[in-house]
Design a protein around this ligand. Structure first.
Ligand code: LLP
Length: 416
């Protein structure tokens, strides 16, 4: 559930009219709802219940400082994949001791940065990375808390680009090698084993693959206990899907219920790394219709947002709902491809959408709070959009629109 609703014919974020935000701040414009973000985070927190747990929000989904700060205020942990994300978490007031560090290519510098910050755990993705962490920690006289990210070879049944738990994917340590890599970890200096971790993919709409993965990991935890390696936490990763169209993903409560059943009376802390489930439906991208181009075969609505602002439709063929911010009584309904001004045929936000619109109308691309702004670029020298965080009747600019001169910041001419 989210807090984007029509009030008197105008789509609002909480109590704030999106039409007035577009007017005041221009378009393209990302708008997030605080109440929605908090509601989604609390859904995980409540679902985790009495069991000791940590919700590590996946920063990659939306790393705006304003968003991270809200989550930090709730007591959230964070899942990061780079030194940049760690710096953002700290800048936003997040607690480094609640940070897990995922990702297949951590550099020595990033490892040192995370050790200095005192993170909760490194989610280690290969034996070579484990050895690197051991070296860096030992050289600094520190101990690195680790879990191994296990690749359980399970089909998450999602888009191939966001499926991560199959043998053929680059992520994690093969299930068959897990026991021996844990034994290596136990023998390495500068390493302390804390947990077991996995993340099998994103936008999962069924529970079965999650359950299959957890069952395999619990088996591994038992095998580890047999060889004297005890595991304090189980990190089940992120991946819970959201409704973009007509998907009916499990609620966090349903997911957690199954996990609680599986974990039973085991004394183990549960970690979640949700990104999309918290942010996707907590944000919209506002865009203005510039032109309508009517044709014999196709009609195009040319809008001022493009693939550089929201790349999911172009990159994954993702479907996101596109709705008018205000009903237009004058315009006839037609079927449009909603496309941006970027010089690529793949530059579309939606295809074959029935809309009653005319030039200058404002459209909202729904479910744009996750993997929206964070994946945007300056392609075609387009300054990136502003971001607004709505809280009740108030709207705050949490990122200013980029200016044209900011496009070449840090660039230099050759000497004459
Ligand atoms: N943990 C790890 C280790 C991850 O790799 C990811 C996402 C998450 C947690 C969060 O997953 P979520 O709860 O958001 O599904 N750009 C793509 C999604 C890429 C997801 C990458 N990893 C998209 O727009 O669909």
């Amino acid at each position: 559930m989210d807090y984007f609703n029509y009030q008197d014919g105008t789509l609002c974020a909480e109590q704030v009219s999106l039409a007035s935000l577009a007017k005041e701040h221009g378009t393209p414009l990302y708008v997030y709802s605080r109440a929605t973000i908090e509601r989604h985070w609390q859904a995980f927190n409540v679902a985790a219940g009495e069991r000791e747990h940590l919700i590590c929000y996946a920063v990659k989904a939306n790393s705006n400082l304003g968003v991270l700060n809200l989550l930090a205020r709730l007591g959230s942990g964070f899942d990061i994949v780079s030194g940049g994300e760690l710096a953002r978490v700290i800048e936003a007031g997040g607690d480094p001791s609640k940070v897990v560090f995922s990702g297949v290519g951590k550099t020595a510098d990033e490892i040192a940065q995370a050790l200095d910050a005192g993170i909760f755990c490194f989610n280690v993705e290969s034996q070579s990375e484990l050895e690197r962490i051991s070296e860096v920690a030992t050289a600094r006289g520190q101990i690195a808390p680790i879990s191994l990210r296990i690749n359980p070879d399970i089909d998450a049944k999602t888009h191939p680009y966001i499926s991560t738990g199959l043998k053929e994917n680059k992520f994690g340590i093969a299930y068959e090698q897990a026991l021996s890599v844990y034994q290596t970890a136990a023998s390495l200096p500068g390493i302390e084993i804390h947990g077991v971790d996995c993340h099998i993919g994103s936008q999962l709409t069924e529970l079965a693959p999650f359950i299959e993965a957890v069952d395999k990991l619990l088996l591994l935890i038992d095998q580890l206990a047999d060889v004297g390696i005890s595991i304090a936490h189980l990190d089940v990763g992120g991946g819970l899907g959201v409704t973009y169209h007509d998907e009916v993903p499990p609620a966090p409560s349903e997911y957690a219920k199954v996990l609680h059943e599986r974990l039973g009376s085991r004394n183990i802390t549960l970690l979640f790394e949700p990104g999309r489930a918290i942010m996707a439906n907590a944000g919209v991208l506002l865009t203005k219709v510039e032109y309508l181009k009517l044709g014999q075969d196709k009609n195009f609505a040319l809008v001022d947002a493009a693939m550089n602002d929201l790349i999911r439709p172009a990159l994954y063929g993702a479907w996101q709902n596109i709705v008018p911010v205000q009903q237009n009584q004058q315009a006839p309904e037609r079927e449009y491809d909603v496309v941006g001004p970027v010089c690529e045929t793949g530059d579309f936000l939606g295809k074959s959408r029935k809309l009653a619109i005319q030039a200058h109308d404002i459209l909202a691309v729904r479910s744009a709070g996750a993997y929206g702004f964070v994946m945007s670029s300056n392609y075609n020298s387009r300054p990136r959009a502003a971001e607004i965080l709505v809280d009740g009747e108030q709207a705050y600019v949490v990122r200013e629109r980029e200016t044209r001169p900011s496009l070449w910041l840090g660039e230099h001419l050759l000497p004459s």
